[in-house]
Design a protein around this ligand. Sequence first.
Ligand SMILES: [Zn+2]
Length: 157
Amino acid sequence: MRCPFCSADDDKVVDSRPADEGATVRRRRECLTCGKRYTTYERVEELPVMVAKRSGVIEPFSTQKLRAGVERAVAGNAIDPTAVDALVHEIEEQVRAHAPEVSSDLIGLAVLERLRHLDLVSYMRFASVYKGFDNVEDFERELVELQKSTAPKRRSE
Ligand SMILES: [Zn+2]
């Protein structure tokens, strides 16, 4: 680390401790040339997660965008806002676990999976507006899947 006093690039770390609840490491350094001390902060570089769309476009993942999509789907339906928060948070964690790149389909399906348990009207609305499901085939396949999993079990005859 270049000394801010004499510009020499020769120092030793005299103290190292976590800061910002562990998000940062604060180091006290001593310049071996002029003997003065200074402080540096070290933090992990936030890894951006990229979303690969079917169109081939790749764009940075946006929690706000995800939230907006979910909120559009649940608008007008009696959904507990904390359930929406939890859903968005869960999806975000799932997305970050797939860094550095995740497909838009994976995000869409993850949202659908959760909405299905939360509210069927919201689920259907999300499925119909979600960009990954803009062709009829995908939507119908989803419908079939949905009917399979919600159809009452028939008694064996
Ligand atoms: Zn120095």
